[in-house]
Design a protein around this ligand. Structure first.
Ligand SMILES: [Zn+2]
Length: 171
């Protein structure tokens, strides 16, 4: 799903995507590393200051199931984000050293060949919103399950060096 920046109407443009929208579903799946079970995404595109700058308001609600990185239990994950982004044409004629970035420009993204890639924008925004590790929301229960796993490992799993290392840590 690529939007030609030239074609964005003066009054702006709104694009909605859900689970049935293949490109949106695939982008979120890549970001969450799991197929989303719920998805709604709304893009509001508007040309900003210079006609080549595009202001993007992105609102996303997505849910997916995954496994806890710590105890392996099934975890329900949700993302709710509402963010304002700015995209400018990728500079081509100047080398990177010549681009002067002001503090306000830190959140600026680039687009190429006159087109915005909505899947890329969606994927990056969702990936940024997610914690780097998938963990149970119930920390106590997660801790208990992890302890039980460690205990089982130290009792029976003497053969595996990783288990032996865990045992030493515990003692
Ligand atoms: Zn857990």
């Amino acid at each position: 799903m690529r939007i030609r920046v030239e074609d964005i109407p003066v009054g702006g443009q709104e694009i909605e995507a859900g689970l049935e929208t293949t490109w949106a579903r695939e982008a979120v799946q890549e970001a969450m590393d799991a197929a989303p079970t719920t998805l709604s995404a709304r893009f509001r595109l508007a040309l900003a200051d210079r006609k080549t700058d595009v202001a993007v308001r992105l609102v996303v609600h997505a849910e997916a199931d995954g496994l806890c990185d710590r105890c392996g239990e099934e975890v329900h994950r949700g993302v709710d984000l509402d963010t304002d982004l700015v995209y400018q044409p990728e500079p081509t004629s100047v080398s990177e050293e010549e681009i002067e970035l002001g503090e306000d420009d830190l959140d600026v993204g680039w687009y190429r060949d006159g087109h915005l890639s909505l899947p890329d924008i969606l994927m990056e925004a969702v990936a940024l919103e997610l914690p780097s590790r998938v963990l149970c929301t119930d920390e106590e229960a997660c801790e208990a399950r992890t302890r039980a796993m460690l205990a089982a490992a130290s009792e029976g799993g003497a053969g595996h060096p990783a288990f032996a290392a865990l045992k030493n840590l515990k003692n």
